[in-house]
Design a protein around this ligand. Structure first.
Ligand code: NAD
Length: 299
């Protein structure tokens, strides 16, 4: 039976460490009124986004980050959202800006992400930060891939020389993760919706990261014994049983957990795997951005 790579546990440790970093930094600065600040820019009413934004705000509260949400209606113009971002770029109480995706298709998401000051780009999606990642330079890293790397590190998974397969090539997850794994000396294949014989690629992988957004894509017959499996996918399954009626249903991933768990050496659960680590990395990026922005004067 696989060992679980427990994202909740690791995220809680990160939060504890961030709480103490914030307290120490404030003490060094000789100032208690200047905490880190995160602002989420949300456009429209995508229901899943509403849940994610709430979770991020709660997590900020737990570690001592002040968070705010600027919520534009779905009818907002590109110019209106851009103006919010420009204001936040110049706001010294805001150290991290996150444009919550997805935004309505009537708007140009790339232009909005480009407008964020790269030093406040806590989602790591500005081209400058993506370029820094590619060159292996320090910078703010995309939260979900960084969370996956932290889970692998904490699980003691050796990556040097490992045959890794990442399913999915989005800018949010698959592409940056492929680069991070290469930088850790894994031999990486990135598969996508045009990949032929995906099952064969999967069976060769010693590390399998699934970020396709397809519930239950990977089953037991696609994996080799001893594989390390990271399931990034997250899907809400509506209530199936009469006793679940009136609830929000359950969450599942891109991997058939019950079928793959007996074969894998390590596996992330859904929920409780990558999701909490994504939030933890957002907090971590915000604190990092705050430390850079805050002038520390000796107490
Ligand atoms: P996306 O839709 O932008 O990209 C999906 C990628 O998967 C694409 O590159 C596509 O080519 C590939 N793909 C789709 N179907 C495939 C198939 N049958 N075979 C092979 N490749 C296939 O999605 P995304 O933003 O990268 O997110 C992927 C999943 O991860 C979603 O379920 C999303 O909800 C989830 N997600 C979770 C977290 C988290 O914190 N847990 C964060 C971000 C995304």
């Amino acid at each position: 039976m696989a060992k679980r790579l427990d994202g909740r546990l690791l995220a809680a440790r990160h939060e504890a460490s961030l709480r103490s970093t914030i307290a120490q930094h404030l003490a060094t600065a000789g100032c208690t009124s200047y905490p880190p600040g995160l602002v989420v820019v949300r456009v429209g009413d995508d229901p899943a986004s509403g849940v994610y934004v709430r979770k991020k705000a709660q997590a900020c509260g737990r570690v001592g980050i002040e968070s705010r949400i600027i919520h534009h209606p779905a009818t907002a113009s590109q110019q209106e959202v851009l103006e919010s971002i420009h204001q936040l770029n110049g706001d010294s109480s805001c150290h991290g800006i996150l444009v919550q995706l997805p935004i309505p298709p009537t708007l140009n998401a790339c232009q909005l992400l480009l407008a964020v000051d790269p030093s406040k780009d806590v989602d790591g999606l500005h081209p400058l930060n993506l370029g820094r990642l590619m060159r292996g330079e320090p910078g703010l890293r995309s939260c979900t891939p960084a969370g996956v790397m932290a889970l692998l590190d904490h699980g003691g998974i050796a990556l040097d020389g490992t045959r890794a397969l990442v399913i999915g090539r989005s800018i949010l997850v698959g592409q940056p993760l492929g680069i991070m794994l290469q930088q850790a000396n894994a031999t990486v294949t990135v598969a996508h919706s045009h990949t032929r014989n995906l099952a064969d690629h999967c069976r060769q992988a010693e590390l399998l990261v699934v970020a396709a957004g397809k519930p239950g894509l990977v089953g037991a017959d696609w994996v080799r014994p001893g594989v390390v499996v990271v399931d990034v996918g997250i899907h809400r399954v509506p209530p199936q049983q009469p006793q679940q009626q009136g609830t929000q249903g359950t969450l599942r991933g891109d991997v058939c957990f019950s079928a793959v768990e007996p074969l894998a050496s390590h596996i992330t659960p859904v929920p409780g795997g990558v999701g909490p680590m994504t939030v933890a990395m957002l907090l971590s990026n915000t604190v990092q951005a705050w430390q850079r922005h805050t002038t520390v004067t000796p107490a």
